[in-house]
Design a protein around this ligand. Sequence first.
Ligand code: SF4
Ligand code: SF4
Length: 342
Amino acid sequence: MTASFIRHDDFPAFVSAMIEAGPVYGPVAKRSRFAFERLEAPGDLRLDYDVTILPPKKLFFPPAQDLLHFDEAGFRAPLEPVEKVLLGVHFYDVKAIDQTDLLFSERNCDLNYMAHRETTTIVASNIQNVFHRAFFASVGRNVFPHGHDAFLTAIEGGYVFETRTERGEKLLALGAFEPATDAQVKEAAQVNAAVLEQCPEKLESGTREIADKVRASFKDEALWTELAEDCFSCGSCNTVCPTCYCFDVQDTWNVDQVSGQRTRFWDGCLTEDFAKCSLGEGACENFREERAARFRHRIMRKATYLNVKLGGPACVGCGRCSAACTADIADPVRVINRITAS
Ligand code: SF4
Ligand code: SF4
């Protein structure tokens, strides 16, 4: 919609004004890593982060979320979404949010997710430091982020603030913005293009070829057994992934045995019990009992199964799974390049 410029010296006052207007979440330092947390002051914000430990999906889809509370009188949803700003999201995480928006709004719309999502203004920001396992430049190259309301790019002397929606436009009233010049907009575009050249990891093939070859490898049991040999089934690769969205629902009763809550928790397809189903009368079946089958399932989901529905792969190249895997076997680049090379 519009492109504005704010000087570095005026930026903290803009962040302060947003914090005064309502909750603002952004990347903050956590020892040597970063996490999306509620900002208390502009100085907390670290737009120079490389990647956050968990993706920003946790704001819309928390790791543990009460879906309803019940007692003798009936049940009620504890959902109380508040208007908030999510500041400093890298474009690959916006792409992941776009995917989750689609998956949680089609058919049986997930009201718990959408209520938080619809009350959030997202301000994306350029990547100032590239994570050492990232490969966002070579995955889903033709898929562009669209769920953000504004995009902030650090350039010489300040930031270019480009709005996409009315929500983004409203934020302009909180800062000392001036219209961006053509030269500043051009500089911002160059900054965002240049970062694509800095990814340390790279997929060697395009989306279509990857999808076809990964799918064709499905029955290569020797390959998947070897790739999954060191897997602990810990599920860390699922937990940190911005495009994973599986969950488990549990009912718990309070000591009075009449009231309680229904809660959903993040779940992950790499864990041993993920595919365990009850057959009734104490019997159960685990339809993905072998770790090779679970490892294969994750890669199939990321590289091929969802491509048609999403318009691209269900991986945005953040590199979080690669860094989170103790055995260092989860990296989609290594797995996929191995398959496409054979
Ligand atoms: S599969 Fe790994 S690299 Fe791809 S989006 Fe998930 S965490 Fe990021
Ligand atoms: S691939 Fe790595 S992170 Fe994922 S479950 Fe196996 S050991 Fe854990």
